[in-house]
Design a protein around this ligand. Structure first.
Ligand SMILES: Nc1ncnc2c1ncn2[C@@H]1O[C@H](COP(=O)(O)OP(=O)(O)OP(=O)(O)O)[C@@H](O)[C@H]1O
Length: 585
């Protein structure tokens, strides 16, 4: 059952609360000792007090048991409080470790693992580990009781004690093999639950598409198929877990039968006293209950192991982009960024860019154009180090990006990406995410530059208006402008706009472009656009095709080359390649 592995893993999270854990084990042992003492006290009550009519001894034994019971209740209550603190502290420690790890993982990981599955790891898997802690202490208590009962049984009569212990050993060892299988099946069950959580999450996020394309029947069928798979795995895993629980109970019934028979014959032949037989039987029945409770707790332990395995897989993920141990802090951008023969693929089938070489000088207004899937956003992903190149280098003022800290690079960049991501908080806080120390005034200046200030003022709560889940209470264009304000509030040396005005009407777009033109005078601007008219304002235009630059230069130079750019331009102008009238847009 990988128990040792499990405890080793758990120990990492328990370490800061070790003393609380030790107190809880001590409490378990005390409860176990008291429980067994009550059972053996029957021998003294019968043999030493009731049969010889020793009233004083009877009172003494009962008083001692009463005092023990008060202590038992007090320590039990205190223990419950400690256990609650201990469990939540340890599981919060696991959650926090997971969350910190998640923040350091690269975009490659988030592209590969589904969000639902990751969320499941935080909720269900951690919960299973939490349960295993809860039942782990019950296991300790029961093991303690079993141990004390065994000692008392040997002290009463070693022959009966030996028979009971052999039976007990069989009870504990019998489910070991199935236990291993149950762990594996429970692991599969956790995986399946993760998949289902993911299906539900994707379904919720895609409701508009599902409704518009009438995909409900397909979604329902897909979900039912998943539920069928879950059912199969659940039945196997749960049945194995129950078997682990049942087998010791069945074996114990036979052990008990044998012990009662032999014990009765021994009493009949005056080899043991009536008190010994009665006490032995109470101990044995108690032992049976302890074993039942022990085996009842085992499935929780098994589930906890499976949960811990999944948590460990997530924690073992290695970020593809990491700061080198000797990473340097980048100085403020002063000269140029060079891509030298850069190759990058997202996976073996998904090429990003190949043999890419280009230079962006400080203060340049650079525009990337090219067809969808040409690799424009990939260049931004590489420049911001969301991914590192497979081959080649990206040099930032003569420093390879791989040898600088990610923070010192990103601190100099303000990015408005194609897919706008807003947080479920107020407009003000969303803009401030760009620069956490920004004053309210700076937030408003950024909003004005992004042409969203006037709109915000029309809202009853103004800047304090919540934007909803993923900004769902705003229009696409409003979201885009808030994302622009968030990038602008950073006052970045390099402003990157990846289709940043695609959702805007022409008037608003013109306003924003005018702002960008103004801002471009004092910073480097990198723009990705499908609206080729926007390329007119660029110092340099890079034309991309299949992940490679096929042409570069300014608008006039590119038109003269009569390549892809000229074709795109002609398409935009209805065949007139000399038109520059749209330049004012
Ligand atoms: N996260 C990703 N995982 C796997 N492949 C990706 C990922 N992002 C992009 N790609 C692939 O890399 C290639 C280049 O994509 P990229 O997003 O850079 O193109 P683009 O020129 O920006 O396209 P568009 O104009 O449509 O935004 C495409 O073939 C795309 O399928």
């Amino acid at each position: 059952m990988n128990l040792i592995w499990f405890f080793k893993q758990l120990n990492k999270y328990i370490a800061p609360y070790r003393w609380l854990g030790i107190l809880l084990i001590a409490r378990g042992l005390f409860e176990a000792a008291f429980d067994s003492s009550i059972r053996i006290s029957l021998k003294f009550i019968i043999d030493a007090a009731i049969i010889p009519q020793n009233y004083h001894l009877l009172i003494l034994i009962l008083l001692l048991l009463g005092a023990g019971a008060i202590l038992f209740v007090f320590i039990g209550l205190l223990g419950d409080f400690w256990a609650a603190r201990f469990n939540i502290s340890v599981t919060n420690n696991i959650r926090s470790t997971l969350f910190v790890r998640l923040q350091n993982l690269s975009m490659e990981f988030f592209g590969r693992r589904s969000a639902g599955d990751i969320v499941n790891c935080f909720s269900a898997d951690t919960e299973k580990v939490e349960n295993s802690l809860l039942y782990g202490f019950i296991l300790i208590l029961e093991l303690g009781s079993i141990l004390f009962s065994a000692i008392f049984m040997f002290s009463l009569n070693w022959q009966l004690g030996l028979i009971s212990c052999i039976g007990l050993t069989v009870c504990v060892l019998a489910p070991a093999k199935i236990g291993q299988k149950a762990t594996e099946q429970n692991y599969q069950l956790r995986d399946k639950r993760g998949e289902i959580a993911n299906v539900v999450q994707e379904n919720i996020l895609s409701q508009s598409v599902i409704k518009l394309f009438g995909l409900q029947p397909r979604s329902i069928k897909n979900f039912h198929d998943n539920l069928q798979d879950l059912k199969k795995v659940y039945v196997q895993a749960t049945f194995s877990s129950y078997l682990v629980q049942r087998i010791p109970t069945l074996v114990f019934v036979f052990v008990q039968l044998i012990v009662i028979s032999i014990g009765a014959v021994m009493t009949y032949r005056n080899m043991i006293t009536v008190g010994t037989l009665a006490s032995f039987q109470v101990l044995l029945v108690g032992l049976n209950l302890n074993i039942l409770s022990f085996t009842f707790s085992l499935p929780y332990l098994i589930e906890g192991i499976a949960g811990m395995q999944r948590i460990n897989i997530l924690l073992a993920e290695i970020p593809q982009v990491e700061d080198a141990p000797d990473a340097v802090e980048l100085s403020p951008f002063s000269r140029e960024i060079c891509f030298n023969n850069v190759n990058f693929s997202y996976s073996s089938e998904r090429k990003g860019v190949s043999n890419l070489s280009l230079t962006i000088k400080k203060g340049d207004f650079v525009v990337f154009v090219g067809q969808s899937g040409a690799g424009k956003s990939t260049i931004v992903n590489l420049l911001t180090r969301l991914y590192d190149p497979d081959k080649g280098q990206i040099i930032f003022d003569s420093i390879d990006l791989r040898s600088c800290t990610q923070k010192s690079l990103r601190d100099q960049i303000g990015l408005v990406s194609q897919e706008v991501i807003l947080f479920n908080t107020s407009i003000r806080e969303n803009i401030r995410m760009g620069y956490l120390e920004a004053t309210d005034e700076e937030v408003e200046i950024a909003a004005k530059n992004a042409e969203i200030h006037e709109f915000i003022l029309t809202l009853p709560q103004g800047y304090d208006t919540p934007v909803g889940d993923r900004g769902g209470q705003l229009s696409g264009g409003q979201r885009q402008r808030i994302a622009l304000a968030r990038a602008l509030v950073r006052n970045p040396a390099i402003l990157i706009l990846d289709e940043a005005t695609s959702a805007l009407d022409l008037v608003t777009e013109a306003g924003i472009l005018a702002t960008i033109d103004r801002l471009a005078k004092e910073r480097t601007v990198i723009m990705i656009t499908h609206r080729i008219t926007q390329a007119l304002r660029a110092d340099k235009i890079f034309v991309l095709e299949n992940g490679t630059i096929v042409a570069s230069g300014n608008h006039t130079e590119l038109l003269k080359k009569e390549g892809v750019y000229a074709t795109l331009w002609q398409q935009m102008n209805g065949g007139n390649s000399n038109s520059t009238e749209i330049a004012s847009v």
